[in-house]
Design a protein around this ligand. Structure first.
Ligand SMILES: Nc1ncnc2c1ncn2[C@@H]1O[C@H](COP(=O)(O)OP(=O)(O)OP(=O)(O)O)[C@@H](O)[C@H]1O
Ligand SMILES: [Mg+2]
Length: 475
């Protein structure tokens, strides 16, 4: 059907019921779709009523609804959050009513999952996490949670997770402990001759969950490099020994998530859920290879049901219906239907609460959470940043005194950082810049690095310039 005929048919039929149009494109498939133009063609002034879904090959379907079918969602139930025989929970619904599922455990391989939930601020990341946390608690899955907004993001999780930390420093202690636990399991299973993970035999399935993971992993975070390494390690070793990882992040770029290729690859293989994005995010996600180029995702509007109108100069504007109301709308990018619009069920109420949201507390239930708290690991001062020996805080991880544990000594000045980067041997300028990019410190500009290198040469801390172009430390 040509677009013009599509418009004619639609306008003739008007929109009291849902209308569906199958489109076949020329060979090569759909290369791009301009949603606004499509709505214009169909004479629909509320873009959220028109749902465009790209099919396989050269097919696409356009459905025009009287109102967006995801406008009203029902509340999530404990039954939804119970794992089915595939290890999946039901977290919401696609626009055509098919359940939206998320895998929590893979009964076939025994593997723990790697899950990432992206979205702009207020899109519904933390509520999405709460659904996952409830499901875990109810299924006897042990959760170690870092809520890096000081505990404000998922307050109802308090007392419902084995470990619950609220600062970057404690989150690092938790990640180190998780890696140590995964390594210990790995050893133990190898000695037992096991090749995979058997849930609750003898160990439970466990998840490391980090809300606002971008705060640990963005440029300028003092823990960036180590956090990326540890998360990668959990993704690699933890997966097959029943320790999974879930990140919620407001990141426009994977570069804000540790800047590590391996982490990128790990996340691409895991489950990826994309909630409402900001305009810069989309291009970056495609650029990062998280979204296949050429697939079309219809934008998630901030406000559903808003007609595009223009106003005469001076006419009073009614802004009463201008509140965002598309929270929880998403795409499950790694499911069988990556381009179908979906939405989370309601997890708690849409309006803010003084204190805990009673509905979310009820979902968790009053029983104590399964599992033991992780003993957070902090490097001792003498051992340097990568010291592995543990000084566990007294209360077993339920929030620690900020002053309790010594911070790893961070190289501070650019001079120190350059000397540290060259400690293992000479580097070319490009490799030195890459090492500085990865050491967790502030962004180091090429100009300042060059100036500091010449100063260090002047101070005899670096060898004089030589024809190889390598920068060498004088010991
Ligand atoms: N599934 C949901 N059910 C009910 N309300 C929701 C849901 N998702 C989001 N909301 C509403 O939207 C608000 C923001 O959601 P949430 O805190 O999960 O967003 P976020 O992406 O974590 O935002 P931030 O980046 O600010 O942390 C919630 O306080 C709630 O009112
Ligand atoms: Mg949040």
């Amino acid at each position: 059907m040509t677009p013009a005929r599509l418009a004619q048919q639609h306008v003739a039929g008007k929109q009291e019921v849902m209308r569906e149009y199958m489109l076949r494109t020329r060979p090569g498939g759909v290369k791009g779709a301009d949603h606004d133009a499509l709505c214009d063609l169909l004479e629909v002034d509320d873009p959220s009523r028109v749902i465009f879904e790209q099919g396989r090959g050269r097919q696409a379907v356009v459905r025009v609804f009287p109102v967006n079918p995801l406008a009203k969602m029902r509340a999530i139930t404990l039954e939804d959050l119970e794992m089915d025989e595939d290890g999946c929970i039901r977290i919401g619904s696609y626009y055509d009513g098919e359940p939206l599922r998320m895998r929590v455990h893979d009964p076939e391989t025994g593997n723990a999952q790697r899950i990432i939930i992206f979205g702009t601020t207020g899109a519904g990341k933390s509520r999405a996490l709460q659904a996952f946390l409830v499901a875990c608690k109810r299924a006897g899955i042990v959760v170690h949670l870092a809520d890096l907004k000081g505990g404000q993001s998922v307050p109802e999780a308090t007392g419902n997770c084995a470990t619950h930390v609220r600062s970057l420093k404690d989150a690092m202690g938790m990640l180190r402990a998780a890696v140590a636990k995964a390594e210990a399991r790995f050893q133990r299973y190898a000695e037992m001759g096991r090749s995979g993970f058997l849930i609750n035999n003898p160990d439970p399935l466990e998840y490391i969950v980090i809300d606002e993971a971008n705060r640990l992993l963005e440029k300028g975070s003092p823990f960036r490099a180590e956090a990326a390494r540890l998360i990668k390690e959990i993704g690699r070793t933890g997966r097959s020994v029943g320790i999974g990882i879930v990140l919620a992040a407001q990141a426009g770029h994977l570069d804000e998530l540790g800047g590590s290729d391996t982490l990128r690859a790990m996340l691409k293989e895991g489950e990826v859920i994309l909630l409402r994005w900001s305009s810069q995010m989309m291009a970056a996600l495609v650029g990062d290879g998280l979204l296949p180029a050429g697939e079309n995702l219809q934008p998630i509007p901030k406000i559903l049901g808003r007609a595009r109108t223009i106003q005469r100069w001076g006419t009073p504007v009614d802004r009463s219906k201008e509140k965002p109301n598309s929270q929880g709308m998403c795409y499950h990018l790694t499911s069988a239907r990556p381009t179908s619009m979906a939405r989370y069920f309601l997890v708690g109420s849409l309006s803010p609460h003084e204190g805990y949201d009673p509905e979310i507390r009820r979902l968790y239930g009053s029983a104590p959470p399964p599992g033991e708290p992780l003993k957070l690991i902090f490097p001792s001062v003498d051992e340097g940043p990568d010291g592995k020996s543990a000084t566990a805080p007294g209360d077993g991880g339920h929030g620690t005194d900020e002053d309790d544990a010594p911070l790893p000594p961070m190289p501070r000045t650019l001079k120190d950082r350059i000397l540290a980067a060259l400690a293992e041997g000479p580097l070319s300028e490009a490799d030195l810049l890459a090492a500085l990019d990865d050491d967790g410190g502030k962004e180091a500009k090429r100009g300042s690095v060059r100036t500091t290198v010449s100063t260090l040469r002047g101070e005899d801390k670096l060898a004089p310039k030589d024809p190889s172009g390598l920068i060498t430390r004088n010991n």
